[in-house]
Design a protein around this ligand. Structure first.
Ligand code: HEM
Ligand SMILES: *[C@@H]1O[C@H](CO)[C@@H](O)[C@H](O)[C@H]1NC(C)=O
Ligand SMILES: *[C@@H]1O[C@H](CO)[C@@H](O)[C@H](O)[C@H]1NC(C)=O
Length: 344
């Protein structure tokens, strides 16, 4: 045998062994680098929208009280405003994060969220415009419309006798609002599985679902939102059997089959301007408007929580405040809008 040949094959073998040893370590380094860079990217992108209680400490120290004063003025004049603001913030956060996309007007051939189908109860946009104006007078170009809406929702609940909480700030306003995306909002016909799916996609738990739905202690609903439960429910039941028959009868008289007024509807509970735990008592009596409300009785875990909240307003309001902070911390936008209705 030619010694040089042996040398070569030994050498080849050596290289092969070495490269076999090296290969996994190179790929591990590569995977680790990918992993680390994705963490860095994640940290940078979340730091861009990191919320904090003192976000405007230097740039607009009085923002909380400026918004509170502007919003209180409107709420004192019109008792329907608090419910409107709370729902507006919820809709905002569920589409593209809390980025004030709900406030943008349609423009050209782009139909905005507020002109999409489930918008019937969205109103009082002028309140946010007024608050923004007051904020701009003190600190121009600094405070996002998304932060103003988050503060206004907090003020709406407190003004109505509910809990209050510190709102982390630093949200940015988005540049996109599409009517077609309102299909991402949960429907009042949702069952417990659909509720779970819709909220968990946004990092919210079933405990959050029960607490947040307590927002239905405020405001009003149009007949169209619950009419499928009170007539022609399905092939075997004219009325949804999960609704109390006498409650269904009263809703049928409010929402007649013929000659129904365009604005016909009813309040969410007996005290639509008071933030209390009546909603949970009504769930236990099967006297709530939407299937999605009544659905909270259909799983043991949510049923227990409904019972707990029905028996203690304090337990409910504490849970509501902490779930609101979670809901309102879903961020999304890029800029600080000058006018809440149009992108910069
Ligand atoms: C599964 C989730 C939810 C569904 C399916 C749902 C559905 C609805 C519907 C159908 C209406 C009546 C609209 C109309 O006919 O005028 C309504 C009103 C309202 N919702 Fe919800 N909602 C949900 C979650 C929430 C949450 C999380 C909040 C707040 C924390 C909230 C606050 C309100 C308020 C305050 C009103 C009354 C608005 C007014 O009177 O102007 N909702 N909701
Ligand atoms: C709601 O959307 C419809 C179109 O789906 C539109 O005609 C109506 O003006 C909108 N209502 C409000 C209050 O924006
Ligand atoms: C109608 O709804 C009830 C209650 O949800 C259900 O038990 C029944 O099976 C339904 N009937 C049909 C034909 O779907």
């Amino acid at each position: 045998m030619n010694p040089s040949k042996i040398e070569t094959s030994e050498l080849l073998c050596k290289i092969k062994v070495e490269s076999q040893v090296r290969l996994p370590s190179i790929s591990m380094v590569f995977v680790a680098a990918l992993f680390l860079s994705s963490i860095v990217i994640f940290l940078i992108s979340s730091a861009g929208n990191a919320l904090s209680l003192n976000y405007y400490e230097k740039t607009c120290p009085d923002v909380d009280s400026i918004v509170t004063n502007a919003v209180n003025k409107a709420m004192m004049k019109d008792r329907k405003v608090p419910a409107a603001l709370l729902r507006m913030h919820f809709h905002d956060c569920f589409i593209r994060g809390c980025d004030a996309s709900v406030l943008l007007n349609s423009k050209g051939n782009n139909k905005a969220e507020k002109d999409g189908p489930p918008n019937a109860s969205l109103h009082a946009f002028y309140v946010i415009d007024n608050a923004k104006k007051e904020v701009e007078d003190s600190c121009p170009g600094v405070v996002s419309c998304a932060d103003i809406l988050a503060l206004a929702a907090r003020d709406a609940v407190a003004f109505s006798g509910g809990p209050t909480w510190d709102v982390p700030k630093g949200r940015k306003d988005g540049r996109t609002s599409k009517a077609s995306e309102t299909t991402q909002l949960p429907s009042p016909t949702f069952n417990i599985y659909q509720l779970q799916q819709s909220f968990s996609q946004r990092g919210l738990s079933m405990d959050d679902v029960v607490a947040l739905l307590g927002g239905h202690t405020l405001g009003f609903s149009h007949c169209s939102s619950f009419q499928s439960r009170i007539r022609n429910f399905n092939a075997t039941h004219d009325i949804d059997p999960s609704m109390h028959p006498s409650f269904a009868a009263s809703l049928r008289s409010v929402c007649p089959k013929t000659n129904m007024a365009k604005n016909a509807g009813t309040t969410m509970d007996h005290s639509p301007t008071t933030f209390d735990n009546t909603y949970f008592k009504l769930i236990l009596q099967k006297k709530v408007l939407f299937s999605s409300d009544q659905a909270l009785l259909s799983a043991p875990k949510t049923r227990d929580l409904v019972t707990k909240f029905a028996s203690s307003k304090a337990t409910f309001t504490k849970a509501f405040a902490s779930s609101m902070i979670k809901l309102s911390s879903i961020t999304g936008g890029q800029e600080v809008r000058k006018d809440c209705r149009v992108v910069n």
